[in-house]
Design a protein around this ligand. Sequence first.
Ligand SMILES: Cc1cc2nc3c(=O)[nH]c(=O)nc-3n(C[C@H](O)[C@H](O)[C@H](O)COP(=O)(O)O)c2cc1C
Length: 304
Amino acid sequence: MNLSIKIGKLRMQNPVMVASGTFGYGVEYAQLLDLNQLGAVVVKGICLNPVRGNPTPRTVEVASGLINAIGLQGPGVDGFIKKYWPFLKRLKVPTIINIWGTTVEEYAEVARRFDALGGVGALELNVSCPNIKEGGSQFGTDVKLLAQVVAACRKATQLPLITKMSPNVVSIAPYARAAADAGSDALAVTNSYPAMAIDIETRKPKLANVTGGLTGPCIKPIAIKLVWDAAQAVKIPIIGMGGIQSAADAIEFMMAGATAVAVGTANFYEPQTALQVIAGIREFMEKHGLKAVKEIIGTVAVKK
Ligand SMILES: Cc1cc2nc3c(=O)[nH]c(=O)nc-3n(C[C@H](O)[C@H](O)[C@H](O)COP(=O)(O)O)c2cc1C
């Protein structure tokens, strides 16, 4: 059975990766599962300089989901290269680096730095973070700015570029087309949904940041719809994510049009989820007599 897929020129042994921000920098999970069995490791978002993130509490559990407001804490490009790259570069599977900036120029500079590093699998542009006041959401929810960011990164690097889409738009199609036209090799759909939770006894928001991003099983059906919409709009591959906790969830995303998938919030309560998803996809292929995982992509039976 052939589980391999391609994202731009990046070849992956299977279509299952882990979602940025839910898997640290890989090393934190190394004792909990064999990282070399994944399709790719995607690391927490990195910008040019170190970021402390938001005050705590920064996560709160809700029905079938999690709201987080980490605030893009990270070591910056140099800190990442010094502390985490020596471990990641020795893995047999590709590392995808999630990057962000507060200006178009910063995105491009971060892309340039990682291009120069050598050995990086791909860059994922986080244009859709709802948690910070500057940068983030305005890039992903403004078609012109989105195109500028992608084009600037395209100029800065030969690495495969994945644009991580914001779900916070009325229709994803024009954003998907703008990213593809500006040179993105793939789209990641989707980031978290803006959300809030309140402690009714203290009347205080449950997050110090007041609001955060909702993820986990509760967002799955809306994420599937977004993947479906994006797949109608562009020909480039889509990496589907949002609440995946089983192979059945992953296959649903692939049938909606995703070439690959990412496991996010589930890593927090079952670190083996991604490996279970890979095993379950194999079983599904066996059961249905499929030779290549690609035979699943976009096969939802919808009359057009
Ligand atoms: C705690 C936490 C931190 C995250 N940090 C990032 C990040 O740095 N960059 C990014 O693009 N997405 C980030 N995400 C979003 C995830 O990568 C993913 O898109 C989202 O969680 C949906 O998948 P899930 O429902 O399987 O978790 C984060 C999500 C969580 C829960």
